[in-house]
Design a protein around this ligand. Structure first.
Ligand SMILES: [Zn+2]
Length: 466
């Protein structure tokens, strides 16, 4: 059996039809490997159709350019050069004539290239979109391989091109982000009272991670810090955000826009939860009059759990102090649960006395003692961020964000941290993070559709037309 695939070109009025052969597929017997088109055939067919459509479109456009729209006189041709455009279904070299402007109108330049001016971007938005989307989730090289395998885009696409395209798209979104401000509270308390009743509280979890830097000279130890966070509404709808600390000049604006897109009002409760630390402590200031910043109970409890495990691992002569240590650890946790940092510190001091009362400390006892001292520093440094967790919990208020850990993993680890040999520039990492969070928030396609309304094509409408 033979299948001849043809394309019929109709003019706008329905007459003047043109028929073109695109491909011919032959099939003999039916087997699992001969049913339907193969990937290579499908790619060739798509490329053939695309070539024909692109050529027809550009020919029609250029023929409309040959005469002056004002007086109708023929424009003279100065020559032509080739313009290459990359589409999802092939890379095409198009002839782009250079024409003389008609002397009937005053002009700054003598000549112009209508096609080159019409298509200033040499890659179609949909191709840019797919490159950006996949490269934000996996390596530039893998993205190139994937797209080349499933689309007829040729071998010329390479990892560097994909990276440059992603950077350009990310820079465009960065340019659209408003300016940084110290204060994002733009109204006064009297106005807040008049606002509609806000939705339930927003909970924002913040965490950080370190990324290997390719730029050793300017960064300590060859690492730089990435902050990732997730904001969740009372209904559980979540959005994530991320930025490279010190590289990003608009971190507050970034977080503010995420919260605003989730409907944040100035009379709405916003709770920031983090593991403490200077980097994240400043972020929520002046974003919202109702914003509060708390130490995430998850991190507090985790540290106590680690010390409890260490205490349970004490052996030999240390077994004698084990019950006292476990009891006191439990007590300090109970005080912290109730926001009583003062009593928790007394409890930790007691523990220190119990642990440090021997001339010859065992290695395990020494490491527990060190963990305990670090913990004391941790809670005293963050004392102002420690609320009465028990009370908040009874009132159903947020005290922990177990979800942030997974966000950090999702946003940072897979591409940055796990592949230790991979090194990043702060700019490259920051731009990639912007695209990745946009993809994870399911917003990248929407962004492209705003820039290129043609990408909003309705599939149902397309099917109906056929
Ligand atoms: Zn003219």
């Amino acid at each position: 059996m033979k299948f001849r695939l043809q394309i019929v070109i109709e003019s706008a009025t329905g007459e003047h039809t043109d028929l073109h052969e695109v491909a011919c597929v032959e099939r003999e017997e039916l087997r699992s490997d001969t049913v339907g088109l193969t990937l290579e055939e499908a790619k060739a067919v798509l490329e053939g159709i695309q070539r024909r459509i692109v050529e027809e479109q550009t020919a029609a456009y250029l023929s409309a350019q040959t005469s002056c729209p004002h007086c109708g006189k023929q424009r003279h041709r100065k020559g032509e050069h080739a313009v290459t455009i990359r589409t999802l279904f092939g890379k095409f070299r198009l002839n782009s004539p250079r024409l003389y402007h008609c002397p009937c109108q005053p002009r700054v330049t003598q000549t112009f290239s209508p096609l080159a001016e019409l298509l200033p971007e040499r890659s179609t938005p949909e191709l840019l979109y797919l490159e950006t989307k996949w490269a934000s989730l996996m390596s530039y090289g893998m993205t190139t391989n994937l797209l080349q395998e499933v689309l007829p885009i040729g071998k010329q696409l390479n990892a560097v091109t994909v990276r440059n395209h992603l950077h350009a798209v990310a820079e465009r979104t960065e340019a659209e982000l408003g300016d940084e401000q110290v204060f994002f509270i733009d109204s006064c308390p009297r106005d807040w009272a008049n606002l509609p009743r806000p939705a339930g509280p927003l909970t924002v979890g913040l965490d950080g991670g370190y990324v290997h830097s390719c730029d050793k000279t300017s960064r300590k130890d060859g690492w730089f810090e990435v902050i990732a966070g997730k904001s969740m509404t009372a209904e559980g709808a979540a959005k994530c955000f991320a930025f490279v600390h010190r590289y990003d000049t608009k971190p507050k604006r970034r977080v503010f826009e995420v919260l605003k897109s989730q409907g944040m009002q100035m009379n709405q409760q916003v709770t920031f939860l983090s593991d403490g630390g200077d980097t994240v402590r400043q972020l929520q200031l002046y974003l919202n009059p109702q914003a509060e910043h708390l130490l995430d109970w998850f991190h507090v409890a985790m540290r106590v759990t680690v010390m409890t495990q260490m205490a349970k691992g004490l052996e030999g002569k240390d077994v004698a102090i084990q019950p006292a240590v476990l009891k006191e650890l439990e007590r300090s946790k109970w005080y912290l649960w109730h926001g009583n940092v003062y009593e928790a510190c007394i409890s930790i001091d007691n523990l220190e006395l119990v642990l440090d009362n021997d001339d010859e400390l065992t290695a395990k006892r020494r490491s527990l003692l060190k963990a305990l001292r670090d913990f004391r520093v941790y809670i005293t440094t963050n004392a102002r961020l420690i609320p009465n967790y028990g009370e908040r919990w009874r009132y159903g208020e947020a005290i922990a964000t177990g979800f942030v850990e997974s966000t950090v993993n999702q946003v940072i680890s897979k591409r940055f941290v796990k592949k230790q040999q991979m090194k990043w520039s702060p700019r490259g990492a920051h731009l990639l993070l912007q695209m990745r969070t946009r993809v994870l928030n399911d917003e990248l396609r929407q962004t492209f559709q705003q820039w290129y309304p043609g990408m909003q094509n309705d599939v149902e409408e397309f099917k109906a037309a056929a």
